[in-house]
Design a protein around this ligand. Structure first.
Ligand SMILES: [Zn+2]
Length: 403
């Protein structure tokens, strides 16, 4: 994709403007945008533009196709076009002069988006200013409202920028659990020894049973990240949990291993380094989910990694481990587990910095006995009951600790 620069057209406009109105003062000293970066994925994307001084700006949204319009005072765009190559949520990015006094950046998105952050901050040197734009996916209905309610005459963009509304309406005392059925749509996940059973179906069937059981508990509400055979990227799953301020995120899987004799459940939490080779292999396979579906490779530059690695995450990590332990004690003696059933590795789906998250491998589709269980209704009910107990136990301990 290309980022068009209207250098020649811009110059012509400026010249014409000057000839007609001679507003020399307005154009003599345009802002200089001297650097730009873009990073992110199909759920969240950050754009940073380096400027020589603080710009005033306004934000608007347009539909068909979905666009974010950033209006700026007269600006000279001096960075290489390749620095704002459409990435993540955006499929086209254009910028250039509108008239003698104004410039515009138009970000065309692949799906409904909203800026959750649009701010100017000083760079490290203190000499320049950075325009920081953080975009997140949002439900189509919310985007339509945004387009309808915005004002093009007001300078106030604050109401057009901010967090995405939760889709799950829950009162603040409700303990909200995001139940994530692994894989889906074009990404079928693992296939059973019979060559027929697909992981994406196992996870969805189980997720529904589990969510129903959680919803039957007073004070607990569960929702599914997907409730049908639908592809969701790993980042979309994380973002759905975060946007809804979920108290927990539980991702459900049933993978295959080369070692066909290995069976039983495993609970994973996130870590930079895998606890063991098996955990590393499972994480690699799960992280490959997006590539399987043909999504672009998602090398995350430092700017995005930083967001994920903030302080909150350390606290979240402790809660995730606590939940994993509650699951293990609830399973103990009831549900078969592999040796060392709590393992950790760098699962992308567990990267929400503010939502305690675990990934549960219910069993292995590479093992005939596990496969039989995974398809067995009584077993599913029993595992969902034990998991529900674990969530209840976790919640009690969090409340007891004032969390
Ligand atoms: Zn899986």
């Amino acid at each position: 994709m290309r980022a068009l620069r209207f250098a020649a057209a811009a110059l012509a406009l400026v010249v014409m403007g000057m000839a007609a109105f001679a507003p020399a003062a307005a154009t003599a000293d345009p802002l200089l945008a001297y650097g730009a970066r873009i990073a992110g994925d199909d759920a969240r994307t950050r754009i940073v533009i380096d400027m020589d001084r603080e710009p005033a700006f306004t934000i608007h949204y347009l539909d068909n196709p979905v666009r974010i319009v950033v209006d700026l005072p007269a600006t000279a765009f001096g960075f290489p076009a390749g620095d704002l190559k459409p990435t993540g949520l955006f499929k086209d990015i254009r910028y250039g002069t509108m008239d003698a006094d104004s410039a515009r950046i138009v970000l065309t998105a692949k799906k409904p988006v909203k800026l959750v952050v649009a701010k100017v901050q000083a760079d490290e040197s203190g000499k320049g200013q950075r325009l920081v734009l953080d975009a997140e996916m949002l439900p189509a209905g919310q985007f339509a409202d945004l387009v309808k309610k915005q004002s093009w005459t007001s300078e106030d963009t604050a109401k057009d920028v901010g967090p995405v509304e939760p889709t799950q309406k829950a009162d603040p005392n409700t303990f909200l659990v995001a139940v994530d059925a692994g894989h889906g749509g074009i990404d079928a996940g693992a296939t059973g020894t019979d060559g027929v059973t697909q992981e994406k179906d196992i996870t969805l069937a189980f997720a529904k049973i589990f969510a129903d059981k959680l919803n039957a508990q007073p004070g607990i509400k569960a929702f599914l990240t997907r409730d049908k055979d639908q592809y969701l990227s790993l980042s979309e799953r994380v973002t759905i949990a975060r946007q809804n301020h979920a108290s927990l995120f539980i991702s459900l899987h049933a993978d295959t291993l080369k070692q066909k004799d290995i069976r039983g459940a495993t609970v994973y939490t996130i870590s930079d380094k895998a606890s063991d080779r098996l955990a590393g292999e499972v994480a690699d396979r799960e992280n490959n989910s997006d590539q399987v579906a043909g999504a672009e490779a998602q090398a995350q530059p430092a700017a995005v990694t930083d967001i994920l690695m903030d302080l909150t995450r350390r606290e979240t990590q402790a809660f995730s481990i606590s939940l994993a332990q509650d699951v293990l004690s609830s399973f103990n003696g009831q549900i078969s587990m592999i040796n060392n059933p709590h393992r950790h590795a760098g699962f992308q789906v567990l990267t929400a910095p503010d939502v305690p998250s675990i990934l549960l491998e219910l069993g292995f589709l590479s093992n005939k006995d596990d496969e039989k269980l995974l398809l067995n209704e009584d077993w599913r009910q029993k595992v969902a009951d034990r998991l529900t107990e674990a969530v209840k136990q976790y919640r009690v301990s969090i409340v007891a600790n004032g969390g």
